[in-house]
Design a protein around this ligand. Structure first.
Ligand SMILES: Nc1ncnc2c1ncn2[C@@H]1O[C@H](COP(=O)(O)OP(=O)(O)OP(=O)(O)O)[C@@H](O)[C@H]1O
Length: 713
């Protein structure tokens, strides 16, 4: 069938001839990059799970033309555009864009050659219009002068508000125009615009179309545009009418209308849909929804090939884009990393509250920990039953040595004291017999005494052992009080009643070491690690959800560059956090540091990097904030508990202890304790092992995140 000189129906034989041509000329064209079509899609299939969205689709966007891709909502237009720019992989078929498959090594698609405006707004809300355009200008390597000139042109052309206006304060239509501006910025050879005119007033819509007509006039620029306003696509050189993942027709708008004797493109499209539905009902009652066929080829249905097709011999594409390789530039570009880092800094500056919170949160956490964990309990109520009445009785002297900040003595009768402890009012009962002083004197001075003397000369203590920390403190305070009492009464002879075990000066650490001292190094590492995980895990998830990651990728930013830029920016935040943390633990809470401060800082920074890398893994693998949060929170307690941060690893039962040892913070916490409390350096195994394990995890997480991100973009 021929509607005019350029339109022919594709037959089986021409299809076969085309395939033959494709395979024979593939090599040459990949090498030269020459192709008369700006975009050529051949037999393209793409599914989301069982849902077949693109179904053996063939499409050709001629060089230097506007191609209007039309179709009802959900027919697969956006999916097709994503496959064309390379953010989605196709499951079957071939695509060439400007002569080579998308993401072909060395090809600037994705990159400077393509301007992509996704359907989602995909703009950073904290940016101004100017920040947005500068950001893409940097990525495309435009000079400052060119960027400035293009920004001024686009602001004027797209009728944008002042360039210092924040994106978050713009209306939906204004944002869409900024997004279009970002796609037009570098004057790309190919423009891929997904519904650029939605929410744009008719005057501006016609201005945008006029601009597209102007830019393709020279024959160098090609445009593929999707729109819901079918009639506006009459200004396109070619339209493609899509339905259920297939192209129903492709050709100049007038020819499409003429062929269907329709007065409007819309009615031509309606008629095509009806024809297609009739054919579909006869041939396939199930339609296209369920992909039950294993072979895409077997699903080819030639009767559903485009009814109109622009397929002169010159624009039959000669390629085969069977490239599994999605590598682009392997060596990261500093230009892209710098652009992404500047982006993060600008966003941080625009959110001072959030930045302060990020800086202060670790300090608040460590302060709370040092203040609330590890100290002695205070003001513990203890019932005292003293059956001695004399003011000079030893019992009174002994009680006077009991630390009264920790122990609050309540003098009671025996019955009231026991009633109180049973009612939970007191943590213990301390009782002295009526002859305590005389019996104790006998015990001190006489070598042999009866059991009754020993009994009567003892302090009797009943404890509520339901709170181990309180009970241990009471035992310790009673021992200290007794030692002080003996010292007072016996002076230089006090050794006579001392326990025959003498604790000499400690080799490492101080005699007054407390639980806070043990827990602080591990807590510092955990806090740094988890804050980094939290901040990172969400950032990528949100960027991906808003289409920002895809947009950067299409602009030419690789996964590795995204990772490195995020890592470097977060290092800045971590550095400030660590400086504040160290000031507080060393200067305010006086936690000792016998070792090298440089080693302490390095280990904490490296643990922060471990947190960032792990956050990157979470955000690369998970798509929504809730699941990312759950993953980050889910590992928090198990990791904290079995890393030996709060309780020694030596208490962990065996199979779990092996797991504990391979976790990122177990050896690192031990190493930090060795540096800070033993003053050890890198020559000690316990120190270098902490560094080695941390570095190992960093490398593993970063590689894993890069691979996941690469596979998923
Ligand atoms: N990530 C996804 N996972 C699963 N299904 C998806 C996904 N993205 C799109 N789809 C489905 O694929 C089909 C085609 O979607 P697509 O966004 O390509 O349509 P469209 O033609 O661009 O629609 P519209 O004009 O409304 O934007 C729809 O049925 C949609 O629900």
């Amino acid at each position: 069938m021929s509607a005019n000189g350029t339109e022919v129906t594709l037959t089986d034989s021409t299809e076969m001839e085309q395939r033959r041509l494709e395979s024979s000329t593939m090599k040459t064209d990949l090498e030269t990059g020459s192709c008369s079509a700006a975009i050529h899609c051949h037999d393209v299939c793409r599914s989301y799970g069982k849902l077949k969205v693109l179904n053996s689709l063939n499409l050709t966007v001629p060089q230097g033309q506007i191609y209007g891709l039309l179709g009802p909502s959900g027919c697969g237009k956006t999916t097709l555009l994503k496959c064309i720019v390379g953010t989605l992989k196709i499951s079957h078929g071939h695509i060439t864009v400007l002569g080579k498959p998308p993401a072909f090594p060395g090809h600037e698609v994705p990159g400077r050659m393509v301007g992509y405006m996704p359907q989602d707004i995909a703009l950073y809300n904290e940016f101004t219009i100017s920040n947005t355009l500068w950001f893409y200008g940097r990525i495309h390597g435009l000079s400052s002068k060119d960027t400035e000139a293009r920004i001024n042109f686009l602001i004027d052309f797209l009728d944008l508000p002042q360039k210092n206006s924040l994106v978050r304060n713009l209306s939906g239509g204004q944002r869409r125009r900024v997004s279009l501006g970002a796609a037009l910025l570098q004057n790309p050879q190919l423009l891929i615009l997904d519904e650029p005119t939605v929410g744009v007033d008719p005057v501006l819509r016609s201005k945008i179309w006029q601009h597209l007509v102007d830019i393709v006039r020279g024959g160098q620029v090609s445009v593929i545009i999707t729109t819901h306003y079918i009639e506006e696509a009459r200004q396109a050189n070619t339209v493609g009418l899509m339905r259920n993942g297939r192209l129903l027709a492709e050709g100049p708008p007038d020819a499409v209308m003429k062929q269907h004797n329709a007065a409007t493109l819309e009615s031509a499209f309606l008629q095509l849909c009806e024809d297609f539905d009739q054919m579909g009902t006869k041939q396939s009652p199930q339609g296209r929804l369920l992909d039950s066929s294993p072979s895409p080829d077997s699903m080819r249905d030639e009767s559903r090939e485009p009814i109109l097709r622009n397929s002169t011999p010159e624009n039959i594409p000669k390629y085969k884009a069977d490239w599994k390789v999605r590598a682009r530039h392997i060596i990261p570009k500093w230009r892209n990393i710098a652009a992404l880092m500047i982006k993060t800094m600008v966003r941080m500056r625009r959110m001072p509250g959030s930045l302060c919170f990020q800086f202060l949160l670790p300090v608040i956490q460590i302060c709370l920990m040092c203040l609330c964990i590890g100290g002695d309990p205070k003001g513990i109520d203890v019932a005292v039953v003293n059956n001695e009445t004399s003011p000079s009785a030893y019992s009174r002297t002994l009680l006077s040595f009991l630390d009264n900040t920790s122990v609050h003595q309540v003098n009671l009768s025996h019955s009231k004291a026991f009633a109180g402890i049973h009612n939970g009012e007191y943590w213990g009962v301390i009782e002295f017999g009526e002859n305590f002083t005389s019996y104790l004197t006998k015990r001190m001075w006489q070598p042999r005494v009866s059991k009754d003397v020993v009994e009567g000369g003892s302090v009797h203590v009943w404890l509520d052992l339901t709170n181990r920390q309180v009970a241990l403190m009471l035992q310790k305070k009673l021992h200290e009080a007794f030692e002080a009492f003996v010292e007072t009464k016996l002076g230089s002879l006090s050794y006579m009643v001392a326990v025959p075990i003498k604790f000499e000066k400690p080799i490492y650490g101080s005699e007054n070491t407390d639980f806070t001292t043990f827990v602080t190094p591990g807590a510092v590492l955990s806090i740094t690690f988890y804050l980094a995980v939290g901040l990172t895990a969400l950032s990528f998830v949100l960027e991906r959800k808003e289409g920002l990651l895809d947009r950067c990728w299409v602009a030419g930013v690789s996964s590795l560059e995204t990772m490195l830029a995020h890592l470097f920016s977060q290092l800045f935040v971590i550095s400030v956090q660590i400086i504040l943390l160290l000031i507080f633990i060393l200067l305010v809470f006086k936690i000792p540091n016998e070792g090298s401060l440089a080693l302490v800082i390095s280990l904490i920074v490296l643990q922060g990097v471990t947190g960032i890398s792990f956050g990157l893994v979470i955000s690369s693998a998970i798509d929504d904030e809730q699941s990312a949060n759950q993953a980050a929170l889910g590992i928090f307690y198990p990791n904290l508990i079995i890393s030996g941060v709060i309780w020694p690893v030596e208490c962990i039962p065996y199979p779990l202890r092996y797991l504990s040892l391979v976790l990122p913070q177990t050896y690192a916490s031990e190493a930090l304790r060795c540096i800070m409390y033993r003053g050890w350096g890198l020559s000690r195994m316990m120190v270098w092992r902490g560094f080695a394990v941390t570095l190992g995890w960093n490398t593993f997480f970063l590689m894993l995140a890069t691979v996941i991100l690469k596979l998923r973009t």
